[in-house]
Write a protein that binds this ligand. Structure first.
Ligand SMILES: *Cc1c(COP(=O)(O)O)cnc(C)c1O
Length: 354
């Protein structure tokens, strides 16, 4: 039963409605990103109920789970050549940056008697996926347009994921210009111009996105109510959609400082400790395999989270108003990476409320 992650569907629905309404005011349609929660269909349905018509995930395995959910499905990572058959079976569209892959997708789609939608990625400085040479992009767009098994659906950019380069008006203008150039080359408008992820919301709210950009791919902002440029909370959103409970298996008075010769951790770092003297400490049956200490917040403000190994979480409970005992639960509000791990771990039970 424990560890257990509880999903507040009502609060998520309110987040989705609040964020999609903000986007609609700026003529931006939302692709709801599901990778953070392993594309759990029960949660993806809340996106759809909140008005999201497109779902995006970076893994086809996840998109397979969404077959029963009524929405257009995007693979939001360039597909592997080895998975194009699955791609055309389980995704309607994908983000692409290699002509050889698009050719393979077109062949696979033709074989299956279907057509797959291609969104070409432009790299505007984050040094992750996409074309940096706009002439090359224009050529690939023209080639894609000619292939019978694919439809050139649009272009997109991703920022603030690897180099943490921020989105700005100039970059969005560049994206709009590239879209215009492709439209001119192929003689029709592109349906989708996707301006990025939750890190572009702040720019959108400041009216920094040109009219031609009409889509954002959002995960973090829908789930946690947070835009990702200044990490501010958006009005009308909740941050407690994902709550994790874990069970205490040991409570003892222990010193703050370890004794004996200290070696290095698995990453080669020497651990450091703060000497608070003798403290009351709890161990919970959860570890790095199931959640992430850095992106989790204990709901009891009196707790000091000391750290975790693969399967043990060490918490200093001395200053809490509660007298924790073996068998009691400790609760955390989960952030982005912690939620991702909780949904990847088969050891974490999922529960839904609302
Ligand atoms: C993960 C991802 C997103 C969603 O990012 P958030 O910051 O969670 O909104 C969007 N686009 C791509 C390509 C991604 O990989």
């Amino acid at each position: 039963m424990y560890p257990l992650v509880c999903v507040n569907k009502q609060h998520l629905l309110e987040n989705v409605r609040a964020v999609t309404a903000l986007c609609a005011e700026k003529h931006i349609e939302v692709t709801g990103v599901t990778k953070v929660f392993g594309a759990d269909p029960e949660i993806a349905r809340v996106y759809v109920e909140g008005g999201v018509k497109r779902l995006g995930d970076s893994r086809i395995e996840n998109l397979k789970q969404l077959q029963g959910v009524e929405a257009e499905k995007w693979l939001i990572r360039p597909p592997m050549l080895s998975e194009v058959e699955d791609l055309v079976a389980f995704a309607d569209a994908s983000l692409n940056s290699e002509l050889v892959t698009i050719q393979a997708i077109s062949d696979a789609a033709l074989k299956k008697g279907t057509q797959h939608r291609i969104i070409l990625m432009v790299d505007l400085g984050d040094i992750r996926e996409g074309f940096i040479d706009h002439d090359e992009l224009l050529e690939v767009a023209a080639e894609t347009e000619k292939m019978p098994g694919v439809h050139l659906y649009g272009i997109g950019v991703n920022l603030t994921c690897f180099s943490f380069v921020q989105s700005d008006e100039e970059k969005m203008e560049t994206l709009a210009r590239v879209a215009a150039a492709i439209s001119e080359r192929i003689g029709r408008e592109l349906e989708v111009v996707s301006g990025g992820n939750s890190a572009t919301l702040d720019l959108m709210l400041r009216d920094g996105i040109p009219a031609r950009v009409n889509n954002l791919r959002l995960g973090e902002s829908l789930l946690f109510g947070k835009e990702r440029a200044k990490y501010t909370y958006l009005p009308g959103t909740h941050r407690d959609v994902f709550t994790l409970q874990c069970e205490i298996v040991e409570v003892k008075e222990k010193p703050s400082m370890p004794w004996g010769e200290i070696g290095v951790d698995s990453y080669g770092n020497t651990p450091s400790f703060i000497d608070r003297g003798m403290r009351k400490k709890a161990i919970c049956a959860i570890g790095k395999q199931d959640f992430d200490v850095e992106t989790s917040t204990a709901t009891d403000p009196g707790l000091i989270v000391l750290g975790a190994s693969s399967d043990h979480l060490m918490v200093d409970v001395t200053d809490s108003e509660k007298d924790y005992q073996v068998g009691d639960l400790i609760e955390f509000q989960l952030g982005y990476f912690s939620t991702m791990r909780a949904f990847t771990s088969k050891y974490v039970t999922k529960q839904y409320i609302g």
